[in-house]
Design a protein around this ligand. Structure first.
Ligand SMILES: NC(=O)c1ccc[n+]([C@@H]2O[C@H](COP(=O)([O-])OP(=O)(O)OC[C@H]3O[C@@H](n4cnc5c(N)ncnc54)[C@H](OP(=O)(O)O)[C@@H]3O)[C@@H](O)[C@H]2O)c1
Length: 342
């Protein structure tokens, strides 16, 4: 196959949604051990918005190509590649080089796609073959593009929390991580309690299997109602995407409960009364997406159960800025996808 010399890429020329523009860039060539992926679709994460707002990697050189999550087809391979062949579908792993166990500090801070490594909102991306995974066969590129950060983070949180049948899981909001957490909780046989700012979104979450919905705007002190929903026992796992609500989350937990601290959509700080942790032997753990091995294990579960990601909407590359705007307003339900192949 003859590859074009140039490709379309979405560049951020400044730290602002208004500064996103299509440009022409050279198509990269795979070096030894690398694969070249023709991107079918990409998806956005809150992180991409935070970077564009200069809240993350404030000194990232401009212009840069945003976003880390994509799925596409391998169109060329470098020397010594055995993991993929031309024609296979592949998903690049967000934390490049993290294959199993714990990541190194270097991988966590310097080897993540979408900053500081170049992003995926472009027609072709080159990654080491060792840093991509196969695609669950029943998923389209658009669906599979939602997996690398949001799904894997939700999966890791429930794994670290030791989810099991009969547990109760509290999920905050109806964004990307939250809805995957809801879906994985249900797969595991757990009860899922969802918080949202919108009654309409709570109804949609119930249609996906949520057992209880609580509106955190109209019920800002939701820890009591969460406990009531579990017969007073408390939940076993909280997927903390809001961050600033950590104190309420701890107050929602059963003895021996687990909070996976994932995000900060509500703010970057929380105060924890230490006695609320000690007596009930609460575990609080930071979550940083997941390794390639965990990604592959998650994909096996997704395939086994025929799970389908929740996509809010799909836009072409030229209109990706609208998706960033929608995320800034918190208007989405599930994942915002960009159709890169057109
Ligand atoms: N540590 C990691 O590995 C990791 C990985 C992925 C994401 N994250 C972080 O996790 C957070 C969520 O990411 P995402 O990609 O899922 O974001 P997203 O798709 O933009 O979803 C954000 C959702 O959070 C909900 N929300 C906002 N304020 C809230 C509050 N005070 N209490 C409860 N829910 C609230 C809203 O849901 P409603 O509209 O229903 O109210 C909103 O739609 C972000 O901070 C992100 O940076 C961390």
């Amino acid at each position: 196959m003859t590859l074009p010399e140039t490709m379309r890429a979405l560049e951020a020329r400044d730290f602002s949604i208004d500064a996103l523009a299509i440009s022409s860039r050279p198509v990269p060539e795979p070096r030894r051990g690398e694969i070249l992926v023709r991107v079918g679709a990409a998806s956005l994460n809150y992180r991409d918005l935070a970077i564009l707002a200069q809240k993350y990697f404030p000194s990232l050189p401009l212009p840069y190509v945003p976003a880390s999550d994509a799925c596409g087809k391998v169109v060329a391979v470098g020397e010594d590649v055995t993991r993929f062949r031309v024609g296979d579908r592949a998903i690049p792993v967000y934390t490049q080089g993290w294959h199993d166990g714990m990541p190194t500090p270097e991988q966590r801070t310097r080897r993540t796609l979408g900053a500081p490594l170049s992003g995926v909102l472009q027609e072709y991306v080159c990654v080491p073959a060792e840093d991509a995974v196969r695609v669950p066969a029943h998923l389209s590129d658009r669906e599979a593009a939602t997996l690398p950060i949001a799904a894997l983070t939700a999966w890791s949180t429930l794994q670290e929390g030791g989810v099991k049948s009969g547990d109760a899981v509290l999920v905050q909001g109806t964004g990307g991580v939250a809805l995957f957490a809801l879906q994985f909780a249900k797969l595991a046989g757990a009860t899922a309690i969802v918080l949202s700012s919108s009654d309409e979104k709570l109804e949609r979450a119930k249609a996906l299997g949520a057992d209880v919905g609580i509106n955190y705007r109209t019920t800002p002190d939701w820890e009591g109602p969460v406990r009531d929903a579990t017969g007073g026992r408390g939940v076993d796992i909280v997927v903390e995407t809001a961050g600033s609500t950590l104190t309420k989350s701890v107050a929602s937990l059963a003895f021996g409960g687990f909070v996976g601290v994932v995000g900060f959509v509500g703010g970057y700080e929380a105060t924890l009364p230490l006695r609320a942790l000690i007596g009930p032997m609460i575990r609080v753990q930071g979550i940083a997406v997941g390794s390639r091995a965990r990604f592959e294990a998650m994909n096996r579960a997704i395939e086994r159960h025929g799970l389908r990601p929740v996509i809010d909407s799909v836009r072409p590359l030229e209109r990706a800025a609208e998706a960033f705007g929608m995320m800034a307003r918190g208007a989405q339900f599930g994942k915002l996808v960009v159709d890169v192949a057109g």
